[in-house]
Write a protein that binds this ligand. Sequence first.
Ligand SMILES: Cc1cc2nc3c(=O)[nH]c(=O)nc-3n(C[C@H](O)[C@H](O)[C@H](O)COP(=O)(O)OP(=O)(O)OC[C@H]3O[C@@H](n4cnc5c(N)ncnc54)[C@H](O)[C@@H]3O)c2cc1C
Length: 382
Amino acid sequence: MTERQQELVEAAEQAYHRRLRKIIEAKPADLVDRLRVAMAEQGLLGLNMPEAYGGQGLPLLDTLLVIQRLQACDSALGALAHRTSTGAVGAIAVLGTEEQKKKYVAGVCEGRIGISIGITEPEAGSAATAMKTRARIDGDSVVIDGKKQFVSFVDHTHYTVVYCRFGTTGKASDIGAVIVPHDTPGFSRSKGTMNMADELLFELYFDNCRVPRENVLIDGNAFGRLISVYNAERLGSISRMLGSAQASFEHAVEYTRTRRQFGQEIADFQGVQWMLADMKVKLEAAQLLTYRAAANAGASGLPVAVETSMAKAYTAIAAKEICDDALQLHGANGYTREYPLAHRYAEVRGGSIYGGTVQIHKNMIAAAILQRKNNQWKRNDS
Ligand SMILES: Cc1cc2nc3c(=O)[nH]c(=O)nc-3n(C[C@H](O)[C@H](O)[C@H](O)COP(=O)(O)OP(=O)(O)OC[C@H]3O[C@@H](n4cnc5c(N)ncnc54)[C@H](O)[C@@H]3O)c2cc1C
């Protein structure tokens, strides 16, 4: 890290110790809202968003370093730093109109609003381009019909950037996106399904959901552009995995130095030392792949797809293994809820699934190696 990056990361950690930790430990019912306001005051939201709209204007790499450190402090902080920087708001910052940026990007940076992203559907998971949710322009409105599922954080957001189909060709070129306010008639959501990491995932329903046309983010022939912005979102969520893995690793180092068995620290056993060494190598390798993808994004802030996929495919597995080994090194303590290891494992476990599964990213890497189009669709040769 440069001196400046070191300062940024240390300032984020100090904000946690000085102020944010107390809010988290008090466990208020409106924890996310309180954190959002407090983090906005500390300059920890909208890290890579343009300063013109209230963001911190950081390069993508610096943004990821701060997200990682905040995630290592507490997952609630990593979640908000990611969602307000590399989350759905990023699509608006890159693709939105001036009015949309003033309203949504500024609102997110000030801690007033939150935005989710709705891509996945019952029949369109990994095969995202099979989505059926339709958007139909009708005068000054756009009318949306369809359903999304597994959408995160909707209980804490006010809008969702909904990927939907503007045309009827059935091709990816039909796909665009609309910013849907959650108080729009015709929009509703499920109560949510709890995931392994104690976060709710929601189904979203659009039934003749009429939104002002000015809420169209991009109206078709845009899937490639949406995904190129989404790659920054992927790196943000990868940084959260790095933060959880880093915290687990640091816990494991500390614990092996204090826990004694057979008359000595368990850190004295070579079998334990080799586990720590493997964890360290995996953490560094995952960081290097992720930081390279971010550094190469340059001024556009849009990372190269294959570099993102390599960071994702490696980190998702490495973080899972690091957290699992850290839990193992804590013995039965690691398996209890008294220690943070089990929750850290649950946090990173989802990383092999969301944002494109590890297998889907390997498909993309292989396509780049073989210089083939990554087309997984069954061919109809008859
Ligand atoms: C914690 C979490 C948060 C999420 N948040 C959001 C969100 O905010 N918004 C949103 O839109 N979605 C979200 N999702 C959904 C996520 O994007 C999807 O779960 C993901 O794209 C996989 O789709 P699926 O679950 O339908 O699995 P499927 O596509 O049914 O895949 C099942 C299995 O088949 C494998 N598979 C499928 N196709 C191939 C292939 N061609 N080659 C090799 N293997 C293949 C997959 O790798 C996987 O192992 C979230 C998911 C999780 C777990």
